[in-house]
Design a protein around this ligand. Structure first.
Ligand code: ATR
Length: 265
């Protein structure tokens, strides 16, 4: 029986076990996928367990996507360039860090038939998934990328990876075609940004990395006539599909049946 885990803190909300176990069952694999809340000082022990064969793979979520890196032996090119790992495999006793968030974001944009090339992008937030989104946008040849985070220092840190990033103060709003909510605002129904990002006019793509079911300030603006709204469910499913392929060498299906299964509480 192969064993997989998603680790993070918090981890209660994660739908990864539900999704991965659904595909494991569909393909009749001898495997199980669980979730574990961990502290940063437990990462070393978990990686030792992987090396010793007690575990077969990990998914990493916030806040450990960068912190896990010193415990790994090799990084894929994408993981290296974003300094962000969300999937780990073991090959001949070596721990390999991959980043499937980049492909996850790109596939979710392609599914919308949205052409990112030359478009101005405004990113709110500077958390764990943001380097992957920026890298993916650049790969799709987006135009200028603006970023604003409540804690400006964290936004400035991202300039070390992407030197042409335009950092704005929290509350400052540039002209944009796409706005991406990569903060955790919206996880709670009554969350408020505290500034008005709807002044930018119509014909905008509102992309929320969160996939919760609530109507939020962000989703209401994105669902106004003329705008487009996408939440993070497809990005989540596509990054998981890539991880499943890395571990099991199978491309599992994403269809309406799976989506309604995930939406069922
Ligand atoms: P992490 O920052 O640990 O990687 P994350 O969930 O990926 O975790 O990121 C949370 C993001 O939501 C951060 O950009 C955070 O801003 P700070 O860097 O200032 O903490 C943002 N965020 C969370 N609560 C917020 C709030 N009340 N107002 C504005 N931004 C908030």
């Amino acid at each position: 029986m192969k064993k997989f885990l998603v680790i993070g803190n918090p981890i209660e909300h994660s739908l990864s076990p539900k999704l991965q176990n659904y595909w494991i069952k569909t393909h009749s694999l001898e495997a199980i996928y669980g979730k574990l809340k961990v502290e940063a000082n437990e990462l070393g022990e978990l990686c030792s367990n992987l090396k010793e064969g007690k575990l077969d793979g990990l998914n990493i979520t916030v806040p450990f996507k960068k912190l896990i890196i010193p415990h790994l032996d090799v990084l894929s090119g994408d993981a290296l360039r974003t300094q962000s790992v969300n999937t780990i495999t073991v090959e001949k006793g070596n721990l390999i860090g991959h980043n499937t968030d980049i492909d996850g974001f790109e596939l979710s944009i392609k599914k919308l038939n949205y052409d990112v090339s030359g478009k101005s992008v405004f990113i709110l937030g500077a958390g764990g998934v943001v380097p992957s989104i920026i890298y993916s946008l650049k790969r799709m040849k987006s135009g200028r990328i603006f970023l604003s985070n409540r804690t400006k220092e964290k936004a400035k840190d991202l300039k070390k990876l992407f030197d042409d990033l335009n950092i704005l103060d929290w509350g400052q709003i540039p002209a944009f075609d796409i706005i991406i909510n990569a903060t955790s605002l919206g996880l709670n129904q009554n969350d408020k940004f505290g500034f008005d990002f709807t002044k930018a006019g119509n014909d905008k793509l509102f992309y929320d990395v969160i996939y919760n079911p609530y109507e939020t300030e962000f989703s209401i603006a994105g669902n106004k006539p003329g705008n487009n709204f996408e939440n993070g469910l497809h990005m989540f499913m596509f990054q998981a599909q890539k991880a499943f392929n890395i571990w099991h060498n199978i491309d599992p299906k994403i269809d309406e049946k799976l989506i309604s299964f995930l939406k069922k509480i």
